[in-house]
Write a protein that binds this ligand. Structure first.
Ligand SMILES: [Zn+2]
Length: 155
């Protein structure tokens, strides 16, 4: 008797699982599309830039409070690249990395902005030294593609 009950329960249970998966995906997609791409990091209401004592400063609302309950010290200078590096937790950008909990839809928006910034910076300044290994590799192959032009082609 009990065995029959258990068998009866198993089938509808796995049916439910299959039905729930597409619903959850659909919900995530709606939330993500509700956030338009950022033109720059200061557009995000979570990143506040302000003047204090004639100094440009900014704070990150995702950062958790210090152990004593105060807000973390603001960052000095309105460096959009550093603010993005802070939120995306990109190392080697001489900025403290964010330890806050960032919702996935915000995180992917920041990553998108970071990638666009890296591409812009690469084109504008060729600041290879500040970029990570993957991008340095790209630069190297670009240089070797150009270098044959420096020599007269054999005739
Ligand atoms: Zn933060």
């Amino acid at each position: 008797m009990y065995n029959n009950d258990e068998d009866g329960l198993e089938v509808p249970y796995s049916d439910n699982e299959e039905e729930q998966a597409p619903m959850a995906l659909g919900k995530t997609a709606v939330v993500a599309s509700a956030l338009p791409p950022l033109k720059n990091i200061w557009e995000c209401p979570q990143i506040l830039n302000f003047m204090q004592d004639n100094k440009k400063m900014w704070t990150c609302a995702w950062c958790p409070n210090e152990p004593d309950g105060t807000r973390p010290k603001p960052f000095l200078g309105w460096h959009g690249t550093k603010a993005v590096a802070h939120i995306c937790r990109i190392p080697h950008e001489s900025v403290r990395l964010c330890s806050g909990v960032i919702p996935p839809e915000y995180a992917s928006r920041y990553k998108d902005l970071y990638l666009r910034q890296v591409m812009q910076r690469d084109t504008r300044k060729g600041a290879v030294d500040q970029l990570d290994g993957a991008i340095v590799d790209l630069q190297d192959s670009a240089v070797s593609a150009i270098s044959p032009l420096a020599f007269p082609a054999p005739q």
